[in-house]
Structure formats: C-alpha cells, structure tokens
Design a protein around this ligand. Structure first.
Ligand code: NAD
Length: 286
C-alpha cells in the first residue's frame, strides 16, 4: 500500500511556521500585509479570494482587498498596482486570475514589483528561479516540493518526470527539481510515448488537468507520485466530484502518493502566506 502524503497536515505545519515568523516580524514592528486585487465578479475567483483572506487573518497577516468592477480598464488596474508597489505597508500583491478579457494579464503581472510578487510570476522571479538565485517562487510548485521533501531526503540522480509545462506549475516544478539535481524530463500534450517515459520515473509530478491520465501501469514500483491536477467532474447521479490526474486506486505499488482533494490543494494557500511573510522579512532586513 502506498503511503498517502497528507497535504492538509503539511499545510498546517507550514501555517504554524508562518505564524511564528509573523510574531517575530510583529516584535520588530512590522505587520506583514497582502493586497489582493480582484477585478470583476467571477464566482470561483470570489471563493478563492475569500479563502485567501480568511487564511491570512488566521495567520495574523493583514489582507487588504481591492475590488474593481468587471468593466475596469487596464490603466486603472495598473494605477492601483503602482500605488501598491509604492506603499511600504504592503509586502505582497496578488492579482486574482483570470482577469476580464479587456485587460492583458501579462502587463498587469509584470507591473508588480518583483519584491512584492508573492505569486512568483514576474519575469524577474522566473529568471531568479531558473538561475538558482532564490526569490519568490510560485506557490503550487513550492507546495509540491514541500510534499516531496516529506518523503525524499536526497534528489540527486533521481529521475523526475513532470507532466505539464505551464508557467504556473510544470516549468517551475521542473526548475526546483533540477536545483536539487534530479534528472528532469518535462512532458506535455505533444509528448510521444508518455507512459514509457513515466515508467522511468522515481518521481512523477502530474500537472496536466487531464483526469486519471496516469494509470497504474505508467508508474514503476516505489515511485513517488504528486498529483497536482484538479478537475471537477459530474457523476452519474448529477453530483460533482474533484478528480486528479492520477488513478490513485491503481497506485498501491507506488511508494507514496498525494490524494485529490487534500494533497497539493491546501499547500498552495499555505505557501502564499509563507511567501508574503518572506517578502515582509526581505523588506525588514534588506
Ligand atoms: P495548463 O492547462 O496551463 O497546462 C496543462 C499542461 O498539461 C500543458 O502543458 C499541456 O500540454 C499538458 N497536458 C494536458 N493534457 C495532457 C495530456 N493528456 N498528456 C500530457 N500532457 C498534457 O494547466 P495548469 O495551470 O498547469 O494546471 C494543471 C492542473 O493543475 C489543472 O488541473 C489545475 O486545476 C491544477 N492546479 C492545481 C493547483 C492546486 O492548488 N492544487 C494549482 C494550479 C493548478
């Protein structure tokens, strides 16, 4: 039976660490603060933002919400970002995606000061990550590594196969694994013989958004499998269920797997808070 890596337990550990760091900053006279920018009224975004705000509150991080109407133009969002960049009481800026169609998300994300870019999407932070210079790392990949770290002490020479090459998950995960000197193969929708490539892996990180893509026969005995994918699927009885990219019930021969839900999901917010504290610490001790 594969070990189940519990993301909820790990997220609680990170929340605990974050709370300690917040208290340390408070003692030095700094209140870490995250500005959350929400443009429009997308219901899923509303849910994500209120979850992030609630978790900030629990951790003692101030969260400042900036809600803008769906018909806002790009300039008004950029003006807000400029003001937040200049505001010394704000340490992290998060722009909830997706943005309305008339706003270029790349222009907005690129406007965030790299030191406040707690999502780690700014080209400067992407460059720092790929050159091993530290900086703010995207939250989900950071969460993936914390889960892997709970079962792997030494990555050197391990074969890691990342399924998915997005800028948000696949590529940064690959960079973090390379940094630990794993041998990394990044695969995607055009990859040929994906099952054969997956079978070479000591570590599989599945971030395709393709429900149950990774079958038991794709996974070698003793591999560690991190399932990032989340797809909401309608069941025969009309109810919906969250399904990952991996057929977990076929993975008894793996060494460890993450469940969906309860695996990578809870780690993303935990890492967002820890990134906010990291930004506040860097501002406090430049
Ligand atoms: P994306 O759509 O931007 O990228 C998907 C990638 O997977 C692409 O590179 C594509 O080529 C590849 N891919 C798609 N289908 C494939 C297939 N059949 N075989 C091989 N490769 C395939 O998605 P994303 O933003 O990187 O997210 C990926 C998944 O992770 C989604 O299910 C998303 O909901 C989930 N996700 C979860 C969290 C979390 O907090 N748990 C955070 C971000 C994303």
């Amino acid at each position: 039976m594969a070990q189940l890596i519990d993301g909820r337990v790990m997220a609680r550990i990170i929340h605990g660490e974050t709370a300690v760091r917040v208290r340390r900053l408070n003692a030095e006279g700094t209140n870490p603060a995250l500005a959350v920018v929400l443009v429009g009224d997308d219901p899923a975004s509303e849910v994500y933002v209120s979850r992030k705000v609630a978790e900030c509150r629990k951790a003692g991080i101030t969260s400042v919400e900036h809600r803008m109407p769906a018909d806002s133009d790009e300039t008004s969002v950029l003006v807000l970002i400029d003001a937040l960049n200049e505001d010394p009481s704000i340490h992290g800026i998060l722009v909830q995606l997706p943005l309305p169609i008339q706003i270029n998300a790349t222009s907005v994300l690129d406007r965030i000061a790299p030191a406040k870019d707690v999502d780690g999407f700014h080209p400067v932070n992407v460059g720092r990550l790929s050159t091993g210079m530290g900086g703010l790392v995207p939250c989900t990949p950071l969460g993936v590594m914390r889960l892997l770290d709970s079962v792997i002490a030494d990555y050197r020479g391990l074969n890691a196969v990342v399924i998915g090459k997005s800028n948000i998950v696949g590529k940064p995960v690959a960079m973090l694994l390379l940094e630990r000197e794993a041998t990394v193969t990044v695969t995607h929708i055009q990859t040929r013989n994906l099952p054969d490539i997956a079978r070479t892996a000591d570590i599989i990180v599945a971030a395709a958004g393709a429900p149950l893509l990774v079958r038991g026969s794709w996974v070698k005995s003793g591999a560690v499998v991190i399932d990032v994918g989340i797809t909401r699927m309608v069941q025969a009885d009309g109810t919906t269920k969250l399904v990952g990219d991996c057929a977990t019930t076929e993975l008894d021969h793996a060494r460890a797997v993450t469940p969906v839900p309860g695996g990578v999901g809870p780690m993303t917010i935990a890492c967002l808070l820890s990134n906010t504290v990291q930004a506040a610490e860097a501002a406090q001790h430049p």
